[in-house]
Design a protein. Sequence first.
Length: 382
Amino acid sequence: MRTTADAVIIGGGIIGVAVAFYLAREKYGQVVLVEKEPFMGSCSTAKAAGGIRAQFDTRVNIEMSMLSESLFTRFKEDTGSEALFNQVGYMFLLSDDNDIKTFKKSYELQKSLGLAVELLKPEDIHKCARDVRTDDLKLATFCHEDGLGDPHEFLSGYEHAARNLGVDIELKAEVTDIETTKGKVGKVKTIRGNISTPLVINCTGAYSRLIGDMVGADIQVQPYRRQIVTTGELDFLQPDFPMVVDVKSGLYTHKESKGLLLGWADKSIEPSFDISIDPDYTDKILEKALDRIPRLETAEIANQWAGLYETTPDHRAIIGWEPVISGMFHVTGFSGHGFMHAPAAGMVTAEVLTGKEPTVDIESLAPGRFATGAVIEEGNVI
Ligand SMILES: Cc1cc2nc3c(=O)[nH]c(=O)nc-3n(C[C@H](O)[C@H](O)[C@H](O)COP(=O)(O)OP(=O)(O)OC[C@H]3O[C@@H](n4cnc5c(N)ncnc54)[C@H](O)[C@@H]3O)c2cc1C
């Protein structure tokens, strides 16, 4: 392992590899990525449902997604690797008047930023998602440019391209401490050796607070367990079934293999690193799914898993310089949207670090916002 580097990225999930790729493409210098596990992307990235959408209610999240969607579509051109962004669309089902009011406001903002989002009447919802129960629905929003991707394919593509551009990737290299001198980062200590560097980029997702603790920085990211269930083959499923989100119940579902993936965020769960499967959580997902898609009655469970959302108090990412120590940059806290925001996060991080104007204005994602109270909450969180 190298003993010096121009930048050390901590974390080999989708965010770390995207940052590594874009930094290397900008010819930043010698970049080393250190990952504690024996495989890349084995934490939250491996658990993601693969959803990619630009239907958010804060400007910065809409812009991050729109940039990401354009980068996902030209992934092969940029990295040389194949990875499918399947633009089947995202549909938010609305039955509650307050939700309709909020979504109509977001729809106006999304349209003003150039997003191709539509409002659908219940009869149109039925056409797009045949087996969804619509009797209580009043409206839906739909964006055909949103869709699905395989996080592992995109991670591998970024990893491969970053290695080709000269990034060193070190596995089983858990960071145990960060040495600082005179208020600046100096040395990253790992269980496989130490690396002197003037720049540390924290891409450790749900573990970011622990990295912050090493330098006395208060990183406002908490880990929350989230579960997913997949069904066996469903012969009634239409080929172009979109990602469907039932806003009232919080259920989200999309095609996965020949069945459906079903997910829901239990917002009553306390923060912890526990990723065991809770059967009561599974039952609640199935209950919500049966209510919205009654034909699932005969479906079998194919698989289920739990993973961690890396959540900030306002459900928006933290991208920017750490205020308490020089030379530390955070790209973390994507609050359940890290796969879809990875391309944009990688690109804007590389732009900032090479002194360019970032393509998306990320001022409102600065780490210091929680201390100053300059917080704008993202409301459209699944
Ligand atoms: C059930 C579920 C469904 C989801 N669905 C979606 C979705 O549909 N769309 C979407 O966009 N997002 C989704 N997400 C969120 C998405 O998975 C995350 O936002 C994203 O993976 C975050 O990537 P990351 O690289 O920041 O974190 P991670 O993938 O967790 O990577 C962080 C890495 O840092 C490493 N690390 C930690 N500490 C250290 C250390 N001390 N030294 C070295 N390495 C360290 C870890 O081992 C890990 O590999 C979902 C998440 C879950 C749990």
